[in-house]
Design a protein around this ligand. Structure first.
Ligand code: NAP
Length: 255
């Protein structure tokens, strides 16, 4: 029977690439996000390539919406063996002194409470499969802080704490927990969202970096971890582009 994988935040970037990749690996993918027209395009592309996927409208900040995702999982054509908690993002690059409480709230709700809501809703199905995997897409911001990153790093530290705690709590049950921590990934929307649609500020993040990671690189890491034999638990995978030795140490051409 085909295994079912659920990917949140599948309408763009890392989530979309992961949905495509997992479908190519043979999963029936439930692709979840708020923008259904983008999900429809994604599903059409997956099906055109011979894969299987279903679009599910889901806002991870809404209990009701997440209950709908769990219902879609229950109706899916196979055991739910994989959940990729990817929905998330950053808003703002302001110092703690003047950061927007609203931005901090958004980041906490989507990255942390979104992961909590979706995980709670899908845990019974993952456990019932007898071989469940939960992937949490956190960030290098989950273990490092940087100036202006207070809200995002606080949220990602919290998301990392959820992953670590869950692994301890699930020990002895058939569900592994894998944390993926990417550094700089050039996705179409991440920095645009962070800077409220300011394309110039968004482009400056990657300026002079020869080869930042792209969404497919992270999807490759997620797929590799998730397709190891089930007793192999990659606790945490940290992945950065070659040009980024650390959060503060990025090689940029001409500098
Ligand atoms: N890009 C990077 O440099 C980088 C580095 C490390 C970690 N990450 C993490 O990787 C993940 C994906 O990032 P990305 O670069 O692919 O960003 P992205 O292109 O901006 O994608 C973010 C995704 O999250 C979804 N999303 C946002 N709010 C949501 C909500 N309330 N409910 C459901 N889905 C929601 C968006 O879909 P809708 O708007 O359609 O709902 C979108 O599909 C995030 O958790 C991010 O923090 C990114």
């Amino acid at each position: 029977m085909t295994s079912v994988a659920i990917v949140t935040g599948a309408s763009s970037g890392i989530g979309a690439a992961t949905a495509r990749r997992l479908a190519a690996e043979g999963f029936h993918v439930l692709a979840a996000a708020r923008r259904t027209e983008r999900l429809a395009e994604l599903v059409a592309g997956i099906e055109a390539a011979g894969g299987r996927a279903t679009a599910v409208e889901c806002d991870v900040t809404s209990d009701e919406s997440v209950a709908g995702l769990a219902a879609a999982a229950a109706a899916a054509p196979g055991p739910v063996t994989l959940l990729v908690n990817n929905a998330g993002g950053a808003r703002g690059l302001d110092p703690v002194e003047s950061g927007s409480v609203g931005d901090w709230q958004w980041m906490y709700d989507v990255n942390v409470l979104g992961t909590l809501r979706v995980t709670q809703a899908l845990l019974p199905a993952l456990e019932a499969s007898g071989a469940g995997t939960i992937v949490v897409v956190s960030s290098t911001a989950g273990f490092t802080v940087y100036e202006g990153g207070g809200g995002y790093t606080a949220a990602k530290h919290a998301q990392t704490a959820v992953a670590g705690t869950l692994r301890l709590e699930l020990c002895g049950r058939p569900i592994r927990v894998i944390e993926i921590d990417p550094g700089m990934v050039k996705t179409e929307e991440f920095s645009l969202v962070r800077f409220g649609g300011d394309a110039e500020r968004a482009a400056a993040v990657y300026a002079g970096v020869a080869e930042p990671l792209v969404a497919d690189d992270v999807a490759d890491c997620i797929a590799w971890c998730a397709t190891r034999p089930h007793h192999v638990n990659v606790d945490r995978l940290v992945v950065r582009p070659l040009a980024q030795a650390a959060q503060h140490k990025v090689h940029r051409a001409g500098q």
